[in-house]
Design a protein. Structure first.
Length: 214
């Protein structure tokens, strides 16, 4: 039986804007290590400029003004895909993590009387989907009137998880608030816990100077 789950989250950065609907721009952003085309999507309205990529559905940057109108990038991210693909980058900075965000103890869980094993990648536990999670996948992007929708199909058995799962993540600017909406459908009973893994720094510090670990 086909099952569906849906989740919604509104980012905690809310500003007042006279603009009801933002602009969306799509640019080439090179290729992934395995040769797949990557894109950078820019969402813009009167207050915010948000950049997203289809690699891991990452939030790359959010330019926002402070109370004095000074604009800075308040979310940590890399300037190119090499930073996200670097094996030394273990921060999941700005990514959509899955199929299961957080840790699965010892990489094992039981569902409907069956046991499943996920490759461990964090002190004997499976973190954020295992060794190759959704943060390292190339998603399909589709422009929306005020945002972008990323879609990823995770096949049955991907990282040991049961069921073919199709995940949709929508980023939209609504009233100068960045909204993130998640939907997932699966053809088997499975576990799913999608979330965005952005780090915020309201001082607008450069990410290259920051060291982030799991």
């Amino acid at each position: 039986m086909k099952q569906a789950v849906s989740m919604a989250m509104a980012a905690g950065l809310v500003l007042t804007s006279a603009m009801a609907q933002g602009e969306v721009k799509k640019d080439s952003w090179g290729k992934s290590a395995d040769g797949q085309p990557l894109f950078l999507y820019t969402l813009h309205d009167a207050q915010l400029t948000v950049k997203l990529t289809n690699f891991g559905a990452h939030v790359v940057s959010i330019d926002a003004p402070d109370k004095n109108g000074n604009v800075a990038d308040v979310v940590l991210g890399f300037k190119d895909v090499a930073g996200y693909e670097n094996p030394k980058n273990t921060s999941y900075m700005g990514a959509i993590v899955g199929r299961y965000g957080n840790r699965i103890a010892n990489g094992r869980f039981s569902l409907d009387g069956k046991s499943y094993e996920i490759p461990t990648n964090n002190n004997g536990n499976a973190l954020h989907g295992g060794k190759v999670g959704f943060d390292q996948k190339v998603w399909q992007g589709k422009e929306l009137p005020n945002g972008v929708e990323f879609t990823l199909v995770s096949p049955d058995g991907d990282m040991g998880f049961p069921g073919k799962l199709t995940a949709h993540v929508k980023y939209t600017l609504v009233g100068s608030s960045l909204h993130i909406d998640y939907t997932a459908t699966t053809d088997k009973d499975t576990v799913v816990n999608l979330t965005n893994h952005s780090y915020f720094n309201l001082a607008g510090e450069e990410v290259e100077q920051c060291s982030m670990n799991r």
